[in-house]
Design a protein around this ligand. Sequence first.
Ligand code: SF4
Ligand code: SF4
Length: 279
Amino acid sequence: MLKRAYVEITNICNLRCSFCPGTGRRGRSITPEEFYRLARRLRGRVKYLYFHVMGEPLLHPRLEELLAIAAAEGFRVCITTNGTLLPEMGDVLLAAPALHKVSVSLHSAEGNGMGELSEYLDGVWRFALRAAQAGTICALRLWNIGGAEARNGEILDFLAEKLGEHPLNLPQPRQGSWRLGERLYLEQAEKFDWPDLDAPETGTRFCLGLREQIAVLCDGTVVPCCLDHEGDVPLGNLLEQSLEEILDSPRARALVRGFSEGKPSEELCRRCGFATRFG
Ligand code: SF4
Ligand code: SF4
């Protein structure tokens, strides 16, 4: 049983983050019928669906239906969002029984040269409080340390004002995570470089890609992880094949064997700086 499947419900985004590689793939959103087919093929093989690879999941025009299908098929859903649409879409999210966790990429604000941050932060904060109160975990992310982090101070000051205490003085249940309240967290991490076939080799030896997680792009293509944003390691198509068939393919088996032997079989993995976070 895999721990999670990243499902790219749309690869369309309303932002252009400076750190985002974007995608050269055609813009597409998965239909509810396709999502149902994927969900049936993932059912019993993975517990958590993460709605994200590329794109902004809250832009999906039929998100409510997808969340209802996920609930009916017994999945828990985690969503990663840039947070800009939370004021409009918060009610849809909080009405969904499948919703388990929402991660908000606060670093996207500076990554887009956003001017005044208060309206954006207010919208995120109001949603975060409602979500946590309703039983959903909410993580506010600043994954930009060592990168575009000049405005982190403003964001931390905003949180300090809301909390009555500086967030970095609050208890840290684990490295890089501060507990702001019941089910409410701040997460800080180093910026990372997306794997890229043109990048230099990084010395990756092991990764949990395909061992604990897979990703399904918005056209059904299965790739080993949520970092393969261009589908450089296509292993099959879940709209046309079963998961077993895909995981049993020579390329998928070579990938798992390569990590076991410390010799990644895929060029993309040998150029990936993110594997250590999964390891
Ligand atoms: S919000 Fe996500 S998908 Fe959109 S541009 Fe930023 S990093 Fe890329
Ligand atoms: S090494 Fe990088 S690109 Fe390869 S599966 Fe792991 S996270 Fe994905």
